[in-house]
Design a protein around this ligand. Sequence first.
Ligand code: SF4
Length: 381
Amino acid sequence: MGRRTGARAGGDGLEARAIAAVRRALLRWYARTARDLPWRRAPDPYRVWVSETMLQQTQVERVCDAFGRFLDSFPTVAALAAAEESAVLRAWEGLGYYRRARQLHAAARVVVAEHGGRLPEDDGALRRLPGIGRYTAGAIRSIALGQPAPIVEANSRRVLARLAGHRAEVGGAADEPLWQVAARLVPPQGAGAFNQALMDLGATVCTPRAPRCTRCPLLGHCRAHAGGLTGSIPRLPRPRAAEVREETALVIRHAEHVLVEQRRPGEWWEGLWDFPRLPASGLAGLRPGRPHEIGRIVYTVTHHRITLRVVVRRAARRTRLAPPRAWVSVADLAGLALSSPGRRIARMLADDGTEPPPRRRSRYVPAPGTTSSSAREKKRA
Ligand code: SF4
């Protein structure tokens, strides 16, 4: 990165003059181009914490939709701590990876119980809270508190790796050299703007494929660009091959009610409601009638690609059910914290479960023999 001038350089080859130039260039660029994102308007520790937790593995556009809704429901740490878990999960719908919501909720209760309702300001105390790791702690400390804390996440990692010409594989523990680069680059003043600039640059200019180097404020400092290595840096681990599965969801229906069950600890969508999957035990007493397929849903969860057949069976009666199963009216499904495929099945039922209405045709694949359509929605639990 830059030519050596005799100034002190670290093991990553960064020298003091180059570091100062990178900081200046990036901060100037950010002052001109910063994205107007809802959580940036009043970046207090709680808002930064919630937004950064949402942004882990979820696209910015989706987080923009969900952030305001979540803050309306839980405007403070205390409000989040006092909420029922089901309400938190309901507010998290659309973001996926619900473990983050559960951890956010659990951490809010610790903050209220042990820190008087204020997020702690030091790295160690932050990282002892459920769900807060090195990156989230660094984001809270730099963006909300102005501390010179480094961050490395998907976008900044790509920028840092290219800037430093880091050819080794990245990800997990292998990111340690990039954390060191980030720590040397983050300025003592303006750390929050600098870190957000790194992330914005990765999101909008230093993109995974075809980075727009001619528009990059770091062009003159970038080793990957100088060496023609932007196509091979960062070197990511090979993705796990998708495992293809077929499953059947069972909608047991009696008049306007359907049977739902809450996902158990350790299952995908833990704590959320869903429709039973076959083989389902304990349903014999319902004496359900012949199955009738109403459609298919295709979705991805972790590295599994699942085609879910949705069948409806009419129950002869509405028997008493023990938790985690319950009867819910089709109308009340809208207010229930449902898994992602469960929500899609609920929409099919609301649409009468026969033909997809034109507006929603892409949401699911109709049953064989009905209207043909293809649909794919990448969802994560
Ligand atoms: S010059 Fe190109 S590769 Fe280097 S940081 Fe800028 S956009 Fe990324």
